[in-house]
Structures are given as structure tokens and as C-alpha cells.
Write a protein that binds this ligand. Sequence first.
Ligand code: B12
Length: 159
Amino acid sequence: MKTFQVSLLVSACILATLSLLADGQTLEPKKKRDRCDYEQPTCGICGRKINVTIIATNSLQGDNFELTVPIIREHKRNLLSFLQQAAELENGFKFQATYFANLGYYIDSINGVRASPENKTYWQISSDGVSLQCGVSSYVPKNEDVILFNFTTYQNAGY
Ligand code: B12
């Protein structure tokens, strides 16, 4: 009798779920998606462990520098997580960022070198010589990616 009641309950749950899905509803909350969203991992700590090298270079203002920070065997997550790892290392670097709704974090400064709208300077991010189309909160590095943060100008971009 007990077994019969349990299987009745299970069947009721399956039917309820099926009817929800049949109505076109999913159990996930609806969210506005864009190209960058699709690169987001769906879990907190996820993906196999990967190696990523972060290079920060400034040859534009003040004391010039080039820093290379290898991040070894970290879980595949957005670039911001790898930057955070780089900041934790003894020979890493410091960075500051501002949060923008829908876009995530914008990198304002690395090792005290700060982007300025007045001087039209910013930290441009690229991988394999290609400028990223997504910011640090959305871009997820590939294994052996070398990510370059280059302090440069957007004077010729017309902004
Ligand atoms: C102008 C502009 C820039 C200028 C901003 C300079 C300035 N002070 O005006 C500069 C050249 C600095 C720039 C840089 C970058 N940008 Co831009 N930018 C734009 C653009 C064309 C217009 C933004 C704007 O003026 N909005 C109007 C104002 C009134 O709104 P606002 O909220 O105040 O705008 C601010 C933010 O948009 C912020 N901002 C600009 N770019 C980015 C990128 C990210 C990831 C964040 C968090 C914030 C941010 O700067 C604006 C001025 O303060 C948008 C495309 C668009 N049409 O929206 C792309 C856009 C926002 N940028 C983009 C990207 C990818 C970048 C870079 C990551 C490119 C790179 N490879 O380096 C970098 C940021 C790197 C970093 N340091 O974190 C993407 C963001 C996609 C995403 N969801 O992550 C967009 C949507 C373009 C695209 N590819 O479709 N950008």
C-alpha cells in the first residue's frame, strides 16, 4: 500500500513538471541575453583546470613597465577571476575596477596607472593580438591563453 502511495506521489510530481514545461515555462528565471552572456560559465567553480598568462604593459605614461604573471591550473572561469588570482600572487599586480550594470567590471587602473576620459586612455584587453569583444566579467579564457592588458589611447576611435 505504501509503495502504491509513493509511486502515486512521484507520478504527480512528474506530471506537474511536464505540464509546466508544456506551457513553455522553464524552471530557470528568464534573463536578457547577449553575445557576452553566452560565454559565462553556468557554475561557480567549474571547468577543468587551465593555465592562463596575464601580461600588463604600460609604455604610455609615468614609469613604464611590463609584468607577466602565469596563473597555473586554475578552474576555468571569467577573466576577472584570473586577474584576482594575479593580484593575490607575490609578484602579481594591483588593479582597480568599476562595476557597470549589464556589462560587469571595467578595469580602471593597473599598478596605479589609471585610465582617463580626459586623456582618452584606457587598459585595452586582447588575446592573440585580437581585441576582446567582451569585458573581464564575461570573457572566459581558453587553456594556454595569453591575455594582454595594454595601456593605450582611444584618441583615434572617435569617442
Ligand atoms: C565608448 C566605448 C568604450 C570607450 C569608453 C571611453 C569613454 N570614457 O567614453 C573605451 C574605448 C575606453 C572602451 C573600452 C572597452 N570596451 Co567599450 N564601448 C564603448 C561603446 C562604443 C559606447 C559606451 C558609451 O559611451 N555608452 C553611453 C554612456 C552614456 O553610457 P555609460 O554606461 O556611461 O558608458 C560607459 C560604459 O559603457 C563604460 N564602458 C565602455 N566600454 C566598456 C566595457 C566594459 C566591459 C565595461 C564594464 C564598461 C565599459 O564606459 C562608458 C563611458 O564611461 C560601447 C558600445 C555601445 N554602443 O554601448 C562599447 C562596449 C561597452 N565596450 C565593450 C568592450 C568589450 C570594451 C573593452 C573590453 C574592449 C577591449 N578589448 O579592451 C574595453 C574595456 C576594457 C577595460 N579596461 O575593462 C563592449 C562590452 C561587451 C560586454 N558585454 O562585455 C561594448 C558593448 C562594445 C561591443 N563589443 O559590443 N569602450
